[in-house]
Design a protein around this ligand. Sequence first.
Ligand code: T1G
Ligand code: NAD
Length: 716
Amino acid sequence: MPDFLDYSVENEIAFLTVNNPPVNAMSPGVPEAIVEGVARAEADEAVRAIVLIGGGRTFIAGADIKEFAKITSGEKDRGGDLFPVINALEDASKPTIAAIHGTALGGGLEIAQGCHYRIALQSAQVGQPEVKLGIIPGAAGTQRLPRLAGVELATRMCAQGDPVKASVAAEAGILDQIVAGNTPEELRAGAVVFARDVVARGGPHPKTRERNDKLGDEATNAPIFEAARAQAGKRRRGFEAPLAAIEAVEAATKLPFDEGLKREQEIFLRCLYSDQSKAMIHAFFGEREARKIPDVPKDTPIREIRQAAVVGAGTMGGGIAMNYINAGIPVLLKETTEEALERGLATIAKNYQRSIARGRFTEEWVEERLDLITPTLSYDGFERADVITEAVFEGMELKKKVFAELDAVAKPGAILASNTSTLSIDEIASATKRPQDVIGHHFFSPANVMRLLEIVRGAETSKDVIATSMGLAKTLRKVGVLAGNCFGFIGNRMFGPYRREAIFLVEEGAGIAQVDRVLYEFGMAMGPMAVGDLAGLDVGWRIRKEHPEHFPEGVRYPLSEDKLCEMGRFGQKTGSGWYAYDERRQPLEDPEVLKVIADTAAEAGIKQREIDDAEILDRCLYALVNEGARLLGEGFALRAGDIDVVYMNGYGFPAYRGGPMWFADTIGLARVLERVKEFEAQHGEGWKPAPLLEELAAAGTTFAAWDRGRAQKVGA
Ligand code: T1G
Ligand code: NAD
């Protein structure tokens, strides 16, 4: 058994240092070690106070999430969980102090709340992020936090799951003191001073469970819970855990501690065994697995990124530049004309004004960021850039021209990245003499908001360029996913069949709003027709025209969307697309479109009929899954989990459904295949089942098991 706890005494203060790298999760054996440490300190006559502190880079990051699957599968029972630790600290006769650096999250903050006092470095953060795993705090966090922080903040922290800075936590009463300094050593020194002070002041030492002064009353609390439920309904539509967390905190304000705790446990277990939690834990680990590239070892050298450059300041270029300056990396931003440059800079300034208005950034912070942009109409200075991202119009000739120019000006070792949505990275790279330095950095619109960064590997892209790009994704606060160089990479390649199926359904008689409602109610951020109007119908139209090879004989073609584009209906950007839009950009059904659909169907001999919601859902989602299985089988994605991460972070797929591949597993691949074959029989070649889907359905297994099998094979 690794030594999870280091026991030392300094100045009559016992330090219990938790050692379970990398984040001191409460893995089996760790809680037990802390309980033993407290007992030892209690018995140690040389000890007058007890400090709990994290070894390494952080305090305790919560329960060990890896253990949850074992509990919900019945492989192990929940056991003592964290209560023996919390009770030992709270019931200790000597003052117990949690000394926090890095993050105190979930069970980590609950353990700290069990201590009599909490101190932290200025840079620390504390939070109850359990709702992001589809659960709620399960070690009395919903009962103790309102007693420390008050009902409003406790409700927000438990229902939204975002951590708060130490300064906010101190002001609210979660922390008793901010310790000067930035290092664990300075924290330890501060803890000795603080501990000796409380010893001098003497007991009794405050037990959080007994503090009721901040629990408010029915009248003051009711509007807080009402507002929190409304916000959860709006911002976390379809997620069960935020509402469950509010229910538990509300119980704390109405019931004595032990009864409130009992209520919390009931709600916690209900969430823990829910499909939503399993899906969201899959999402949590999926994001972390996506960083691991089997043939790019962890110790692959990383190229340093101190200066960036972006070519094109349009819809994407401006957002990409914002990501770099938000990370403190200066950026050159090049355009072709002064007017285009001004337009790009104005959009950036407008985006920041919106964030300031929402209280996300301060004026000063934004000023400092904007100073990091160097607008330019030439490549002067590009020789200093460590990474250059091209975001010009989506055309191969233009992109090759730009890459040839970059090849001439960029320094050796600079990473040359393209933000292309669909075009071949290998062909773009062929315009340079350094294809090993060329890679796809595919951001998603709006680039300063969407978390996904598809990193597209070319045939000659070097491993250190890939490793640097995966690291850069984290620096830019993005979720990096490696994709192979096929048409549309992972996300857009699958999105094609998904949107096409939606258009076919409309041509066969489904309502435009009906299709969007079905996918919206399923949990998608927006329905496929409305998404087309938002992104611009002309983008897909241009791609279809450039790539007729994607619609060989016998493969059905989305006729009506081309008709709309020929009429100039590109979507919101032209005021109309599948919908007409009023002055508040609200979508309206447009008889002109209904006529286009009816005429198109008649010309193509498509018989219109009543179509029910179930068929709409199955055809759209299974088109996604089938194409996902196809590109997975062809090796253009490393894991089914990566596809899920792409869709949850780039295409508005609900995290509580775990992504399209995880969702298919919950339905059962045999059932999915059965439906795909039905659609193939009814709608032809476009529905040919993916070989991998057939293989896994026949084997009675899942995409998740397939991922695990491959991980074992490559020893990940
Ligand atoms: N359990 C198990 N593994 C964890 C873990 C955890 N809580 N947190 C991180 N890891 C692994 C992660 O998978 C990765 O592994 C490595 O540690 C580094 O993580 C009772 C029930 C702390 C902010 O939700 O938010 O407590 O990929 O890459 O970017 O009420 O990790 O290297 O093999 O993310 O520096 C609540 C989850 C649990 C916090 C650090 N706690 N963790 O971020 O590192 S539920 C959380 C994080 C709970 C109680 C309930 C972040 C971090 P690998 P990383 P990072
Ligand atoms: P856009 O039309 O909004 O902007 C393109 C900009 O490039 C224009 O401002 C143009 O003036 C500029 N430009 C053209 N040639 C240039 C040159 N030689 N030097 C400097 N600037 C030049 O286009 P966009 O939507 O930002 O798309 C840019 C790229 O990003 C395309 O490859 C597109 O496929 C991809 N992309 C777009 C989206 C999206 O949702 N719009 C999402 C992901 C990727």
